[in-house]
Design a protein around this ligand. Sequence first.
Ligand SMILES: [Zn+2]
Length: 68
Amino acid sequence: MALNCPRCDDPRTEKVSDSPVPGAWEVFRCQHCNYVWRSTENLADIHKYDQSLVDRVVAAWPQLIRRS
Ligand SMILES: [Zn+2]
């Protein structure tokens, strides 16, 4: 199950990949800031972004990198 984004804390996350060895790891992506992480990473070490900075950067991204 996907958690909130470790960067921006947004709950809109999705699993995008599984390891070739079943159950070894999963890859998740944040639908808000596009951050991608693996389930085996130590999420406590990931620097959180300031939410206002994330919102400014996301607003500036071209539409082509967004999923519909
Ligand atoms: Zn995020």
